[in-house]
Design a protein around this ligand. Structure first.
Ligand code: SF4
Ligand code: SF4
Length: 366
């Protein structure tokens, strides 16, 4: 009998597949113009909160896309009002993941009023960012995004930056850190890789080079003396080692399917947005079933059984208790197998061992 793990889930909502930019490495491919209806959005919110109220009663909504800011502010006003007016006593948090290119003043004000944090994709300084993250007519977006970040900062909105690491910008890793430090941005990095389903010829970063970049970022973060910024990988890995508690990074969780799902603009529920449009991994549709029922779908139950215990390479791994086999999408998309290790396995080993060595040194000599 399957043991269904009971914990609250974070809900990534994609209210549209459309985007107002055209970045070189976008994994969405040709974007259809689907927009979520307000009725569906309200059903997703109430079903999710009701599901989590039977678990640990905390719901995090991550508004993603496509580009979420292209929906009208009124759409989000209804969402935030609905959750704050109808579910008193439940802990509900919203965050928006955006390209930051067109952040309207009224949307920023609404975020401020509702304590909504914003994570913005920005690939460092303009000279690199504008070579890869551009408008549909090929113009750079850095200037507009920086102005919007400034507006959000002045308003006092909680901000984070997400950077994609490619084979090209690896050489700018230190510039990126300095740029963020000068601007007071906390940030995380994310590698662009090719897999069985998507190709990023010329941009993909190899695990070997990505490990070197991660170590460099870790050391830059670790050796800061003043005006501290939070950087990942750095803060998260250190927190994981020191506290032995799980961290928010999904790929280092025990099994991400205990705590994560993604819902697209048509109400289809997937393990995460990386599985979008892959019928084989669809859990169900929120228009047709209650979330409670969708979460018992055979495919979710199968994914929940993924464990480093069953992955031969992981069995004797020195850092298994931290990594747990890594990301299941990486395993499936690179090796076509659920119980395979993450293709970034050597990155996790190298980085975690490096972090342990740094911590050891600092405890010994300080
Ligand atoms: S499949 Fe990978 S990217 Fe998706 S939630 Fe799980 S660990 Fe994260
Ligand atoms: S680092 Fe590699 S071998 Fe170790 S648990 Fe993670 S995926 Fe498995």
């Amino acid at each position: 009998m399957t043991c269904l793990k009971e914990s609250s889930v974070n809900i990534l909502i994609q209210p549209t597949d459309s985007c107002n930019m055209d970045c070189s490495y976008c994994y969405k491919g040709d974007k259809p113009s689907n927009f979520m209806t307000e009725d569906l959005m309200l059903k997703i919110l109430s079903d999710s909160i009701s599901y989590n109220s039977n678990r640990n009663n905390h719901t995090l909504f991550i508004w993603h896309g496509g580009e979420p800011s292209i929906l009208p502010t009124n759409f989000y006003q209804k969402a935030f009002d609905f959750t704050s007016n109808n579910f008193k006593g439940q802990k509900i948090t919203h965050t928006i993941q955006t390209n930051g290119f067109r952040l309207r003043e009224d949307l920023l004000d609404l975020c401020l009023q509702n304590n909504v944090s914003i994570s913005i994709s920005l690939d460092g300084p303009a000279h690199y960012h504008d070579r890869i993250r551009f408008t549909k007519d090929g113009k750079g977006t850095h200037d507009s995004i920086m102005k919007n970040i400034e507006k959000a900062k002045i308003k006092g909105i909680e901000l984070g930056i997400l950077m994609s690491i490619t084979n090209d910008n690896l050489v700018y890793i230190k510039d990126m850190f300095n740029f963020c430090k000068q601007n007071g941005f906390s940030y995380g990095i994310n590698p662009i890789t090719s897999d069985l389903f998507s190709k990023h010829d010329g941009l993909e970063v190899s695990p070997e080079k990505y490990l070197l970049a991660c170590i460099e970022v870790y050391d830059l973060w670790f050796n800061q003396k003043d005006d501290l910024i939070r950087v990942n990988p750095g803060f998260g890995i250190t927190q994981l080692i020191l506290s032995q508690n799980r961290i928010s990074d999904c790929f280092l969780s025990e099994n991400c399917q205990m705590t994560f799902i993604s819902i697209d603009s048509k109400g289809n529920v997937y393990p995460c947005n990386r599985f979008d449009n892959n019928e084989q991994y669809k859990f169900g549709n929120i228009n047709e079933q209650k979330l409670e029922e969708i979460m018992k779908s055979p495919i979710r139950l199968k994914l929940l059984k993924r464990s480093a215990e069953y992955i031969s390479k992981c069995q004797n791994c020195r850092i298994r208790k931290y990594c747990n086999g890594g990301c299941m999408h990486h395993a499936i998309s690179h090796f076509n197998e659920l119980n395979a290790p993450d293709h970034l396995c050597d990155v996790y080993i190298g980085l975690i061992e490096h972090a342990m060595m740094q911590l050891n040194k600092s405890l010994t000599f300080n």
